[in-house]
Design a protein around this ligand. Structure first.
Ligand code: ADP
Ligand code: MG
Length: 321
């Protein structure tokens, strides 16, 4: 079934996600009117997912709907922010109800889970692309930044990096494996952004970034923004059992350079480590120390054979062959 633009917006996007009293005007007028609480700084992020670039062509619509919001929730989490309002710019080849049912239900479910409401957007016809703008807030002066790390700070990552990249490789048929492939696929298709952890890290973390381009690449971005370098210890990487089942070399490589994890990578000064563990137990919050911020610039990985410097880790949309 195909729908008109008006019917499509009315059916799928007029009410999506949480109901919030700070939305004075939402979907339906020329722009949304929103109330930011006093004393808070507005935080804004936008991320686009393009068919065949950020997800495999023909990817299931519920995954596209989930990820379109999840990647932005992850950006706000990395700032220690509380998400509130989303805008959705949707470019669709056709207004197919079957596709939109799955997309809109998954988007709305994740929005509801994080107390986010959809307050506007744009709907156009063209090659499939989804851009979500997410707005939220953080107490003034308390946002987490990439630039706050100092040499000696401990480096942490949440969750089990590498699973999503392995899951994508499985989805695309680039990797075949026995064992628990479904849980790896799930980690690519339905990432769980660490919004609660990001907010709790305010006052503990000296710097934070979310892992979208690969752990090593994003840790290096954090280190560069802080004017430092970073050393990761390969043996400390928290590898999930399904990832380890792919073989230890491959598991390590996915964890260090695979993307799409949407975990948080953050630093904590050593004098705050005890307080961190007491107030935010790592066993409960699911984060692991994986390295240290160094004076020497660049990304360095320590493994059984010594320390290697990694030149240009991570994904670059405009990099040549
Ligand atoms: P305009 O032409 O003034 O930009 P539209 O007719 O495009 O308005 O949109 C009508 C209303 O529907 C607006 O409030 C807009 O924010 C909302 N809207 C349009 N597309 C979407 C979408 N994909 N998701 C959420 N809201 C949308
Ligand atoms: Mg208008």
């Amino acid at each position: 079934m195909t729908l008109s633009e008006f019917d499509l917006i009315d059916r799928y996007f007029r009410r999506s996600g949480a109901v919030r009293s700070d939305v004075c005007v939402g979907v339906g007028d020329d722009a949304a009117l929103l109330e930011c609480p006093p004393g808070m700084t507005l935080v804004a992020a936008v991320d686009t997912l393009v068919d065949g670039v950020h997800f495999p062509r023909g990817c299931r619509p519920d995954s596209v709907g989930h990820r379109a919001l999840a990647v932005n929730l992850s950006d706000l989490a990395a700032m220690g922010a509380q998400p509130a309002w989303a805008l959705l710019a949707l470019t669709l080849p056709a207004a197919q109800a079957e596709w939109l049912d799955g997309f809109a239900a998954a988007f709305s479910a994740l929005a509801l889970q994080h107390g986010v409401t959809l307050v506007g957007g744009d709907t156009t016809q063209g090659p499939l692309a989804v851009a979500v703008t997410l707005l939220g807030w953080v107490p003034a002066g308390c946002a987490l930044r990439r630039s706050g790390a100092a040499p000696g700070d401990a480096l942490f990552v949440s969750g089990t990096p590498g699973d999503a990249a392995a899951g994508l490789a499985l989805e695309q048929g680039r990797l075949t494996a026995e064992g628990d492939c479904d849980s790896l696929r799930e980690r690519f298709l339905f990432p769980a952004p660490r919004v609660a952890l990001g907010a709790r890290l305010r006052g503990y973390a000296s710097a934070c970034i979310d892992v979208s381009d690969g752990l090593l690449a994003d840790a290096l971005k954090l280190a560069r923004a802080s004017g430092c370098g970073v050393e990761l210890e390969a043996a400390r990487l928290p590898l999930s059992a399904p990832l380890r089942a792919l073989g230890s070399e491959r598991a390590r490589s996915f964890a260090l350079t695979g993307g799409d994890d949407y975990e948080l990578c953050f630093t904590v000064p050593v004098q705050r480590l005890e307080r961190l563990e007491a107030d935010l137990p790592s066993a409960h919050w699911g984060y692991t120390r994986i390295g240290t911020i160094r004076v020497e610039t660049g990304a360095h990985v320590r493994d059984e054979s010594g320390v290697k410097t990694v030149a240009a880790p991570g994904y670059d949309h405009f990099a040549g062959p």
